[in-house]
Design a protein around this ligand. Structure first.
Ligand code: ADP
Ligand code: 5GP
Length: 198
């Protein structure tokens, strides 16, 4: 894409949020999206099966592995990764369309995807949501009740690796007290949007 379009200072900001599964990223992002209606959420594509209550086109676009791989071959992803055994990806078309319109964007993607994305879009702002501890993470995953014991175990094993990558992120928010974490995230987003970031 045209470099001039990508780097104009008054264009929309792109916020990339990652966290180990269960840290509270979805909870926080939902609150942030309600607080900042001008932030467009990048709905990812995944090959994972929908959880109860998840809606196609709202939570994710649920697609088959064949379709996902076809789009890899056609270079249609802004980034993609295999996470906990499933494929997840961000549509390049969606990102480019929103950048061209000057929209602010919020992406909820994993650590591998955030690194790829930051290489292609270095002006994006990276935020890592950190759980207070692995024990609390386990408790939250179990309390959420949306994954089998086996899936929870897989997510906990991956968590340590994801946490070890947190230094890559420009902002790290510890999600202990939800209200405080929300306020911290709101502060980062409003400062950057108004050009007051340090
Ligand atoms: P993620 O999207 O990172 O996988 P979720 O947002 O689904 O995580 O949160 C996992 C569980 O933890 C949910 O049941 C959520 O209500 C709960 N939760 C999130 N943040 C907090 C917090 N600060 N304190 C206690 N429970 C939390
Ligand atoms: P979940 O299955 O719990 O919804 O998400 C599992 C992980 O996949 C989370 O870390 C989430 O951030 C990540 N994820 C969701 N969408 C994408 C995406 O488009 N790309 C990448 N790389 N990761 C994603």
């Amino acid at each position: 894409m045209d470099e001039k379009v990508r780097h104009e200072p008054d264009k929309g900001k792109i916020f990339v949020v990652s966290a180990p599964s269960g840290a509270g990223k979805t909870t926080l992002c939902t609150k942030i999206l309600a607080e900042f209606p001008e932030l467009a959420y990048s709905v990812s594509h995944t090959t994972r099966v929908p959880r109860i209550g998840e809606k196609d086109g709202i939570d994710y676009f649920f697609i088959t592995e064949n379709e996902f791989k076809r789009r890899i071959k056609q270079n249609l992803w802004a980034e993609w990764a295999q996470v906990h055994g499933n494929f997840y990806g961000t549509s390049m078309n969606f990102i480019e369309e929103n950048i061209a319109k000057g929209n602010h964007l919020l992406l909820d993607i994993d650590v591998q995807g955030a690194k790829q994305f930051k290489q292609s879009f270095p002006e994006s702002i990276t935020i890592f949501i950190m759980p207070p501890s692995i024990d609390i993470l386990e408790h939250r995953l179990k309390k959420r009740g949306s994954d089998s014991e086996e899936v929870v175990a897989k997510r906990l094993v991956n968590a340590a690796g994801e946490i070890s990558q947190s230094a890559f992120y420009e902002h790290v928010i510890i999600n202990d007290d939800l209200k405080k974490a929300q306020q911290e995230m709101e502060k980062i987003i409003s400062q950057i949007r108004s050009g007051r970031e340090q």
